[in-house]
Design a protein around this ligand. Sequence first.
Ligand code: PEP
Ligand code: MG
Length: 534
Amino acid sequence: MERICVDKTASRGIAVAPVYLYLDPDLNADSGQILEEQIEDELKKFADAKAVVIRDLTKLSEKNEIFAAHLEIADDFMLQDGVENKVKNDLKNVQQAVAETIEEFAVIFDSMDDEYMKERAADVKDIGKRLMAEIKHVKLPDLSGIAEPVVVVARDMFPSDTVKIDPSLVKGIITEEGGVTSHVSIIAKSMGIPTLVGVKGILSKVTDGEIICMNAEDGVIIVKPDEASVEEYQRQKECYESEKARLESLRNTPAVTKEGKRIYLCANVGNLQDIRNALPVNIDGVGLFRSEFLYMQNTHFPTEEEQFKVYKEAAELSPQELTIRTLDIGGDKELSYYEFEKEENPFLGWRAIRISLDMKDMFKDQIRAILRASAFGHVRIMFPMIISAEELKEAKDIVEECKKELEEKGQAFDREIEVGMMIETPASVLLADEFAKEADFFSIGTNDLTQYILAVDRGNKKIAKKYDYFHPAVLKAIGQVIEAGHREGIKVGMCGEMAGDQKAVELLLDLGLDEFSMSAGSIDYVREQIINRK
Ligand code: PEP
Ligand code: MG
């Protein structure tokens, strides 16, 4: 038994369940020539692996149409011929033959002009992984295949991994790397999964399938627990749940400060299910809809129509405002179907509004979809990462252009739709006075604002102690932004993780914050702080 203490909690809660080790196995091909008499054996290994892969993909494609294209590629004669040629003619072993054929195949798809065909390169690589795992007899981890309660232990997880998780079965997440405001932590929090990140050495201490206890309230993990510890953690879990029930009983009490100011409590969401999950908490609306997850869960840039359907339903679900943030891709958020050029500093690179303004047609699809959804509820548009008045003007001009197009087609939308911006760059803080004249609302994104003001990477565990939104420079910036917004009579909210931190509530109320937007799991705690503030 070993007790590990962790200094920061990414998402609260307590879990006791078997470990699910989520690690990419070594899928590199063993190099080596074969003898002519080995050809048949090598080709048989390929045929066996292919049969298993096709069987698995057939099952998957019955559940999810994404896999239909995978299936076609896996069964393509070019793949078969490519491997056969390399084994028969070049006397390469099957692992090398598969690796090289897949690489060649992926390059062909990648160089195609048609966007849809280009996207298939990622499918080809996925098939390569599946074939190689079969040939090497290693198990590929599959988060969407989890069938019983587990605690996932991983080196790190990407947003694309986290979106595959079923929160009713994944009882906890522990990662070796990552910081508390990395996107994985944010997604885990929105799903209500207890999560501890940056736990150095955890992978070498656990074994797949053995019980692990984690308390993401106090930051404690018990590896290889004895019976008494398992019982103790089960008991802690019950206490935690009864405290949760007490907080839930306050859900119908409005969040009004002792001075009589009504504070808006909103949810940060990434999809429709997050909104549904947040409704029982009694939210005032959605303060941040991270629209990029809609793009990340897709196999192509979602069309105007596809987006409209989602935003319309989101508008109908939201009790009051639905704040849709336009695409904030880049940084640590990638798309499986779009190759980003490698950058030295992705968080200072081509991300968020910079991409939208460069890919105007794609941006307009999104804006038209949001505008059309505004006919079905109180929808607001929010731009991420703005640094200059020119950018804000350009983005707002595109909204006007889209309004005109919809008008010409006779399509309904809210003509008075509010257009606001995130304050998450030092430039936007320094220019807050100017921006407040042009934007209908502000929402302070402390996750990025903290990393940019302090020059501290939000996901780097090594400097996690320095990543601190209570740093006086960050607090001063927040105060200035709220004052600048209020001078122009606009509402100032916060949608960074700080808004859901109980320790920050009093301070933020004193600074005059109007709206707190956070993961649904934090709302009960923040509401209690506001109501019971002395
Ligand atoms: C932020 O930066 O605070 C924010 C809410 O945006 P994201 O975490 O998605 O970058
Ligand atoms: Mg941000």
